[in-house]
Design a protein around this ligand. Structure first.
Ligand code: SF4
Length: 397
């Protein structure tokens, strides 16, 4: 397949792996003193495990799996509120499939649907708009989740609903943005990171300039990357090369897709419909300033928070985690999924206790599916680059 197979070429992968190894040696990286590179995007986490890249690289390179899976970071309280909205009389609640099994404090959307709520999976907010047209007597709510990748589609749906006067359509907005959590991680004194692999899909929308603060204020390199094996290998090499040369810059490995200044039409739609919340809660990370989006007053008629009387109060989170769940420590790279006491012991993709086991982009689910239930440390052997594995959907990034 064009633009896919050429980015999975085994000979080129071997050449890049050799150059990565030589560069890692040159900067003195070792298993005891690794270079720690955070891949921010859950799609990258998924690809790293799917293609076994963690196994193929020099032992002195450690991937830290960042908070870039929007389903995984959705606070439990917001899932509870979504379920409460879905349970109101006359409501059709629509959502991306990934959010169906995310655990709330007592139940999930999937379980609420089994109990009788009218909850429907959609592929786009436009599907929800269509339901609103077809069922004018019902209240159709779209569960808006995801980063800057999916936020423009929600904004366009709201704008379209306003144009058509679709008074029975609203969005329960939980959209979040990528730069604020990166800043929060970099300001954490316990966090040691040497560089970042930047998100590809989000950067298609926002461009690469919003990451300037990473080298500018924190002296760390970031390379925006695509999702194929050669993309990721080249991005890792670019990060290591910056480290070796003592540089810290924003570089764009994914220039075939990511424009420097993003997508102006998407950015304009987002700016028209959304504004930043003063702060927003991230599961496992806590409140992060200006990291969430809310619907502007001009479009309040299409805001499910207004329609159903749901406020957002910072710092009022209930107990977030099941007993022994280490989602927060995994999401901030402090431990690997296999170190969580519940990994495989009560928490599996079939029965997830934490959100990281739900989505295919969650670090725990990626370990489980591709590194085996025993985890990579015990998995033995190194994996080959391959195009197989389970098909990856990049979800509501
Ligand atoms: S194994 Fe389950 S409980 Fe543990 S960190 Fe992962 S998702 Fe959370």
């Amino acid at each position: 397949m064009r633009y896919v197979e050429e980015f999975r070429d085994p000979a080129m992968a071997r050449a890049l792996i050799a150059r990565i190894g030589a560069t890692a040696e040159a900067i003195g990286a070792s298993p005891g003193r690794p270079v720690r590179i955070m891949e921010i995007c859950g799609g990258h986490t998924h690809a790293i495990f799917r293609f076994g890249l963690d196994r193929l690289l020099h032992g002195g390179i450690e991937f830290i799996h960042g908070p870039g899976c929007p389903v995984c970071v959705l606070p439990m309280r917001r899932v509870d509120e979504a379920i409460a909205i879905a349970g109101r009389p006359g409501v059709i609640f629509t959502t991306f499939g990934d959010a169906m099994r995310v655990p709330g404090s007592r139940t999930s959307l999937m379980q609420a649907r089994a109990a009788g709520a009218d909850i429907r999976m959609v592929y786009s907010p436009l599907d929800a708009l269509d339901l609103a047209r077809r069922f004018p007597e019902r209240d159709v709510v779209f569960f808006g989740i995801g980063f800057e990748t999916t936020a423009p589609a929600s904004a366009l749906a709201i704008r379209q609903a306003a144009r058509e006067g679709l008074g029975n359509f609203s969005v329960f907005c939980n959209h979040i943005t990528v730069p604020p959590p990166i800043r929060a991680l970099l300001e954490d004194p316990d966090m040691r990171l040497d560089g970042f692999v930047g998100p590809g899909h989000v950067s298609m929308v926002i461009g690469i300039r919003p990451y300037d603060f990473i080298p500018g204020e924190f002296g760390k390199p970031i390379v925006v990357s695509g999702f194929e094996p050669l993309d990721l290998l080249q991005a890792v090499l670019m990060v290591l090369t910056q480290v070796r040369e003592g540089r810290a810059e924003v570089e764009n490995q994914y220039a075939r897709v990511v424009p420097e200044h993003g997508n102006p039409a998407s950015l304009a739609a987002m700016a028209e419909v959304f504004e930043p919340r003063p702060s927003f809660a991230w599961r496992g990370l806590g409140e992060i300033d200006r990291s969430g989006l809310r619907i502007r007053a001009r479009y309040r008629d299409f805001d499910a928070e207004e329609r159903f009387g749901i406020g957002y109060a910072a710092g009022a989170l209930p107990e977030e985690a099941a007993e022994g769940c280490a989602c927060g420590a995994v999401m901030t790279g402090r431990i690997r999924p296999v170190a969580c006491p519940r990994y495989g012991r009560g928490c599996t993709p079939e029965t997830p206790l934490g959100a990281l086991m739900v989505s295919s982009e969650g670090a725990c689910a990626a370990y489980w599916h591709y590194a085996g239930a025993r985890g990579p440390a015990e998995d033995g052997g190194r994996r080959a680059v391959r195009g197989g594995g389970r098909g990856g959907r990049h979800g509501p990034a």
